[in-house]
Design a binder for this molecule. Structure first.
Ligand SMILES: Cc1cc2nc3c(=O)[nH]c(=O)nc-3n(C[C@H](O)[C@H](O)[C@H](O)COP(=O)(O)O)c2cc1C
Length: 319
């Protein structure tokens, strides 16, 4: 059972992972339409000079649908700045603040933020407590197993999170040192889940409804978080909800959904939209048997919204 302010989830949740450059407003809306219980927006820096850039403003655009919480993810290494940024986000209408303690990117690590913090649990504690105390909305944390492969700090991190009043923990089953290498490991997350009052969502390499259901059945997680496997397949959320929570499968309209997604990207990003839409189109069509010969070159050649939309129609006719 997960409670995030006025949002209650009695059943295991299936959620979209935060992905910078991917989990923007159009993609979050699409995933939510197909059953994602909620989604975490792309990270924004807590540093005041970075929080108000054009990029951050785009990342902080939310659907007005009141059925889904607006979850803002903050990244930063200074407790006072994190607290201040959380207050700004609450005033702007955020329903939940998520703290990024999992990102291994060098740019983030240089600021002693993201997963770099896992080497300094005292600082983790200071950040979590300062943020929770600064706002009245719930604060969640997204993290990894630990900093190095030989020292999993997740159990200690969970104790700190619980003591600081964190509402929800999401864990990617890799260490910072692993980045995206190897396989996600779920047992250490299950061990923590068995010993905490905190709701725990498992993340990492989840790519099918069967796998998601098995993780919940075997380990009792409060939910699954899906990132890369949702790119090009937002319908995966419907399959997961059917398998895990016995919801009926909705009618899926792939080509129409893709066209609407592409249109929404152009509306949000303007001139940049063509590049972002192109990346999504590659994800949508790369499972097709003729992708390399047929879809890939055509997607690369389409230079504006009209050409991309015409391609989707062409691919739909050929399917
Ligand atoms: C392109 C990309 C961008 C990401 N951006 C973020 C981010 O902004 N914040 C965050 O906490 N994690 C970020 N992640 C990590 C994902 O949320 C997730 O933890 C990771 O991809 C493992 O889950 P998956 O195997 O389901 O993709 C990103 C991952 C990818 C691939």
């Amino acid at each position: 059972m997960i409670r995030l302010g006025r949002f209650h989830y009695p059943d295991p949740v299936v959620v979209l992972a935060p992905m910078a450059g991917v989990s923007d407003r159009p993609f979050r809306s699409l995933c939510q339409r197909y059953g994602a219980d909620f989604s975490v927006a792309e990270m924004v820096s807590a540093k005041p000079d970075l929080m108000h850039t054009a990029l951050s403003k785009t990342r902080l655009q939310f659907d007005e649908d009141p059925n889904y919480p607006k979850i803002v993810q903050l990244v930063g290494g200074e407790p006072a700045l994190m607290a201040e940024a959380a207050q700004v986000m609450q005033a702007r209408g955020a329903d939940v603040i998520d703290i990024n303690m999992g990102c291994p990117a060098k740019k983030v690590g240089k600021q002693s933020a993201g997963s770099a913090l896992l080497a300094d649990l005292k600082q983790v504690e200071a950040i979590l407590c300062a943020t929770v105390n600064a706002v009245t909305i719930p604060v969640s944390v997204k993290t990894r197993l630990g900093f190095n492969d030989d020292t999993y700090t997740l159990a200690e991190m969970t104790r700190i999170a619980q003591d600081c009043g964190i509402a929800l923990l999401s864990v990617h089953g890799r260490t910072r040192a692993q980045r995206f290498r190897g396989q996600a490991c779920y047992e250490p997350i299950a061990e923590v889940k068995a010993n905490t009052q905190l709701p725990v969502i498992v993340n990492g390499d989840i790519s099918s409804a069967e796998q998601a259901n098995r993780l919940i059945d075997d380990y009792g997680f409060d939910g699954v978080m899906i990132g890369r496997a949702a790119q090009g397949n937002p319908w995966l959320f419907a399959e997961c909800q059917a398998r895990i929570n016995t919801r009926s499968l909705p009618t899926i309209t792939p080509h129409q959904d893709i066209a609407e997604h592409i249109h929404a990207l152009h509306a949000l990003y303007g001139r940049q939209g063509v590049f972002i839409a192109r990346a999504h189109l590659h994800h949508y069509y790369r499972q097709y048997p003729d992708y390399q010969r047929e879809h890939r070159p055509r997607i690369n050649q389409a230079c504006n919204e009209a050409e991309q939309t015409a391609l989707i129609q062409l691919f739909a006719k050929a399917a």
